[in-house]
Design a protein around this ligand. Sequence first.
Ligand SMILES: [Zn+2]
Length: 337
Amino acid sequence: MKTYLSRRKFIKAGASFFVVFNTRQSLSIITVDGTIPASRMGTTLIHEHFLVDFIGADKINSTRWNRDEVVKKVLPFLLEVKKHGVKTILDCTPAFLGRDVLLQKRLSEESGLQILTNTGYYGAIGNKYLPHWAFTETSGQIAKRWINEFKNGIEDTSVKPGFIKIGVDPEHLTELHQKIVKAAALTHLQTGLTICSHTGLAIPAFEEIELLQKAKVHPSAFVWTHAQNEQDKMLPVKAAKLGAWISLDGIGWGNLEKYADTISNLRSAGMLNKTLISHDAGWYKPGEKEGGNFTGYTNIFTLLIPLLNKKGFTDADIKQLLIKNPAEAFSIRVRKV
Ligand SMILES: [Zn+2]
């Protein structure tokens, strides 16, 4: 039996389809060169580093490295990963650990890769990388600084952050770390930037999700970074079911069989569409001869994907992990409870 929509209903249905379609189409991400449609992100590595300086927030400044030297060291690794089809990299080095937007801009120009930088503070590793004002200011005051970077650019540049990067220690959240998470929630509500939090274990991860929910931020705005550290493999599934993103991001270093198992487990639970993968590799180390040892960003392509294929992963699954999920996770939009 055929049914016909009335002309009015047809126009209405068409209009709402157009609105939905158009909203999806107009989703965007912010690179160091400005805003682009999320559909142009392509194959994306969501957690890598170009440079990290562990000297501490009280001593760090960009005169500790020479940009020409860093570019010389890092660029070949970027050109290498480009050959595997990578179009976009998120540089997860936070402020006070060596975030350098002028370096990121140069690496983007010289490699042709789209690069995203971040705003936020890293409380993990016992607060050594927090600026002194983070200890005394309120979450609102801290958020104001991050929102200012989003509105006006980072330091003296017009470069804007494409996501929020924070870090907490792998135990119950301290008051200080709760404040950092609340600042991230406030910043998300004003900017629509996704929150990546160096977290590791499930205890702080679920506390963060709860705090965000109390602040009216939906878990889908939260990336549980270094979720591979949690040994109970059902807890990432539980967080994914709440809507959080599960970031398995140490593929530059870890036991690849274990990564393949964890990703398979998420797939079996129907949560592949909440799974993000990356290497957490790199990086130039100021103070070491020629920046020290550097780990490249190719294990996913040369080692992990063949393992996943053996476990029955299809090309569509790999695209889900490397293209669809990053675009969905990092598109700028406010996600409220
Ligand atoms: Zn990292």
